[in-house]
Structure formats: structure tokens, C-alpha cells
Design a protein around this ligand. Structure first.
Ligand code: FMN
Length: 218
């Protein structure tokens, strides 16, 4: 049973929707949030219930008081990994996509991803400016994830949209909730906005609880 959902939030303007997304998901899951420092710029942490939000500083208790790690201290990214049945990163910005692709683990969220149990589902909801989405690096990073998950090699020259479709066709524990086209916060119009909150929550449910079975995609 997939009941614990860890919502990773990164520094896209779509992180504004974190409280709404938390609400939409918490009807179906027990939700905890792991936010990057840039993500915190976009929403008011007081809009999340006490104890739900985990931030980078929580990984390093008492560090600002000059106290070092004590042997019995929990390692937060491993605790969250153990707790979570599914990891949803929404929004996934270009920077964190690049980190996931390369295996960089320099904050709480990327450490969770790097320490993730590959048998548990990972759902990614990218959000970025249209030119970022269309940049060859974005396709390259999806290709690296395809390789990381040992999915069949995608056709040469595939665009970011085509690679997302490829991942969704072949992925067992990895799925991408693709961006939508609309007027972006920066004023540009085009592909790159995070899926709407209610659609995103419904897609998460459909991916994890397909009508034909009572088991997860994993
Ligand atoms: C106002 C503002 C909006 C941003 N929106 C996005 C976005 O939608 N997508 C994106 O990939 N980066 C966006 N960025 C850039 C990221 O915040 C930046 O790359 C940051 O380093 C990401 O760090 P993180 O991946 O650790 O959260 C935005 C930056 C600012 C200042």
C-alpha cells in the first residue's frame, strides 16, 4: 500500500502552489515535504501543517551552534527515504533535473533521491521556462535518467517531450508528469509550466493506483 508520499519541491515559480498541492495530495496520502532553499522563496511555510516541512538545515541539527554530529543523531535523508513509499518532485526545476541526471546530492532532496530505493516509484513534474525546456541539455538530462533506470535507449534526436513520452511508455518505477503550455509567470507563452494542481494530483493517483489493479506501478 502506497500511503506515505514525500513531496520534493524545488525553486521554480510553480512552488507557489506547494500548499495547494499539499492539500490536493493529502486526501489520498500522508504527505511530507522536502524543499530546497530556493523553493522556500515561493511559498509561506506557515501554510503547511506543523512538522510537515523538511529543509536543508534540518539535515545538520545544531550546526549553527557549533555542535557536531552525535552518533545517535538520525540521518534525515535516510529517515525520509525509509518513511516514503513514493517520491513526487513537483515542481522539478531545470537545476534539480540536472542534479538527478548526474547524481549530485548536495541538499536534502537530492540526497533522498540519490539514496532512493529503486523499487519505489519516483514521479517527476518538471516546470521551467520554454527555452529551458527546449534546450538540448534538458533532453540530455532525460536521456541520462533513461539510462539510469535502464530503460530502452530512446531514438536519436528525440525532443524533451518525446523523451518524456518514452519514459512514461517504458518506465516501471519512474514516471514524468509532463509540463503544459500556457502563459508562464515570466510572461513568455509556451511549454514549461507545471501541470495544474488538481490534474497533477489526479495523475499521481492514476499512476499509482491504476483502475485495472490495486497494486502500484512498481
Ligand atoms: C523568480 C524565479 C523564478 C524561477 N522559476 C524557475 C522555473 O520555473 N524553473 C526553473 O527551472 N528555474 C527557475 N528559477 C531558477 C531556480 O530557482 C534556480 O536555478 C535555483 O538555483 C534552483 O535551485 P534548486 O534546484 O536547488 O531548487 C527561478 C528563479 C527565480 C528567481
Amino acid at each position: 500500500m502506497l500511503k506515505h508520499l514525500l513531496l520534493g519541491v524545488t525553486g521554480s515559480v510553480a512552488a507557489l502552489k506547494t500548499p495547494a498541492l499539499y492539500q490536493a495530495l493529502s486526501g489520498s496520502f500522508e504527505v511530507k515535504v522536502a524543499a530546497t532553499d530556493p523553493a522556500l522563496y515561493f511559498f509561506d511555510r506557515r501554510e503547511l501543517p506543523e512538522g510537515v516541512l523538511h529543509v536543508n538545515a534540518d539535515e545538520w541539527p545544531r550546526r549553527d551552534q557549533g555542535t557536531s554530529y552525535q552518533r545517535e543523531d538520525p540521518v534525515l535523508h535516510i529517515e525520509l527515504r525509509r518513511w516514503a513509499d513514493v517520491l513526487l518532485i513537483a515542481p522539478l526545476d531545470a537545476n534539480t533535473l540536472a542534479k538527478l541526471a548526474c547524481g549530485l546530492s548536495d541538499n536534502l532532496l537530492t540526497c533522498v533521491y540519490r539514496a532512493w530505493d529503486p523499487h519505489k516509484p519516483v514521479l517527476l513534474a518538471p516546470a521551467m521556462n520554454t527555452l529551458m525546456w527546449e534546450h538540448p541539455l534538458t533532453a540530455q538530462h532525460w536521456r541520462q535518467l533513461i539510462d539510469q533506470y535502464r530503460l530502452p535507449a530512446a531514438p536519436a534526436g528525440a525532443s524533451a517531450d518525446e523523451l518524456v513520452a518514452w519514459i512514461n511508455q517504458h518506465g516501471r518505477t519512474l514516471a514524468v508528469i509532463g509540463p503544459i503550455s500556457k502563459k508562464l509567470a515570466c510572461g513568455d507563452v509556451g511549454m514549461g509550466a507545471m501541470a495544474e494542481v488538481n490534474d497533477l494530483a489526479l495523475t499521481v493517483q492514476a499512476l499509482l493506483f491504476p483502475p485495472s489493479s490495486h497494486t502500484s506501478r512498481a
